[in-house]
Design a protein around this ligand. Structure first.
Ligand code: FES
Length: 146
């Protein structure tokens, strides 16, 4: 299993991308186990170890709010609550239109600009409610133009 780890993780990334909903369907997890000739429990263990993977459908945009020490000291909880209220969903949930999922995560490695969040691959720092409003409005605008 250890020598296949990196390739299995790559397969997870590919499967998640292909799903279009930021998740890996359980049937796909079974396929990956079969293809790499490892047990389903080993593959599942690896999958749950990495928070970037999920077997549940998630939004096109995953908003990950950092809640480690530096961000916590800069009121990350208020940021999290603000986003939850704005989108009308709790953390771990996805908006009905399938656009946004909110997750709480550990340090994003950008403590100097706390509080931080990451939306898909992009990190946003020094967050304020106004900044969040602008970021989310931009995404919604882009989506409407697509
Ligand atoms: S504590 Fe939030 S980025 Fe490090």
């Amino acid at each position: 299993m250890e020598n296949k780890r990196e390739d299995i993780i790559l397969a997870f990334h590919k499967a998640q991308e292909e799903s279009g909903s930021n998740y890996i369907p359980i049937e796909k997890v079974k396929d990956i186990a079969k293809n790499f000739n490892v047990s389903l429990s080993e593959v599942s263990g690896l999958l749950t170890f990495y928070t970037m993977f999920s077997t549940e459908k998630r939004g096109k945009y995953i908003i990950r709010v950092c809640d480690s020490l530096s961000c916590r000291l800069m009121h990350s909880i208020d940021i999290l609550l603000y986003i939850q209220n704005k989108l009308g969903i709790d953390e771990g949930k996805t908006t009905k239109d399938g656009l946004f999922t909110i997750e709480r995560v550990n340090c994003l490695g950008r403590c100097f600009s706390a509080p931080n969040m990451m939306i898909n691959d992009k990190i946003y720092g020094n967050l304020t409610p106004e900044k969040i409003d602008n970021i989310i409005s931009e995404i919604i605008k882009e989506e409407k133009n697509d």
